[in-house]
Design a protein around this ligand. Structure first.
Ligand code: HEC
Length: 132
């Protein structure tokens, strides 16, 4: 599946270099697109790291992190007690319909249903390390 997507992407871009180089180029493009989308859809409430805290919790290291664990952030009871881990499928469900996925969350509804947009945002979130 990954290869199918990759070749589609390559065909679309007219790239014909070796698969290894092409994959990393493609990943970089996804991260870049995801950053743009993050800044238009999420940044007003979320910082990518702890240097500039925002209304929502910062999201560095979010992929694979247990929900509700940013030190000092006041989560809703729903999120703090959810016990979930932010896997890519959980993040997709959240982007698609966060308050349907987790009734009681204080994050205002967002409805990002387009899988490609979700892919890009996930690629960007995955690029944020949690060591800052
Ligand atoms: C209007 C403000 C707002 C916007 C826009 C917003 N969020 Fe949130 N987000 C919040 C708040 C507030 C919380 C904390 C929710 C709670 O405690 O229930 C949150 C929580 C989260 C969490 C859980 C974090 C954790 O530490 O468990 C994730 C993941 C998340 N948001 C992702 C996103 C993404 C991705 C986008 C953009 C596609 C986005 N949010 C857009 C306000 C926002």
């Amino acid at each position: 599946m990954k290869h199918a997507i990759l070749s589609l992407g390559l065909a679309a871009c007219g790239v014909s270099s070796s698969p290894a180089i092409a994959q990393s180029t493609f990943d970089r493009v996804k991260v870049k697109a995801g950053k743009t989308l993050f800044f238009s859809e999420c940044r007003r409430c979320h910082a990518p790291d702890a240097t500039d805290p925002s209304y929502g919790p910062q999201l560095d290291g979010i992929v694979g992190r247990r929900a509700g664990t940013v030190d000092g952030y006041e989560y809703s009871e729903a999120l703090a007690g959810s016990g979930i881990v932010w896997t890519p499928p959980a993040l997709r469900a959240w982007m698609e319909d966060n308050d349907g996925f987790m009734p009681g969350t204080k994050m205002r509804h967002i409805g990002i249903e387009d899988r490609t947009v979700q892919d890009f945002i996930l690629a960007y979130l995955g690029s944020l390390s949690d060591d800052n």
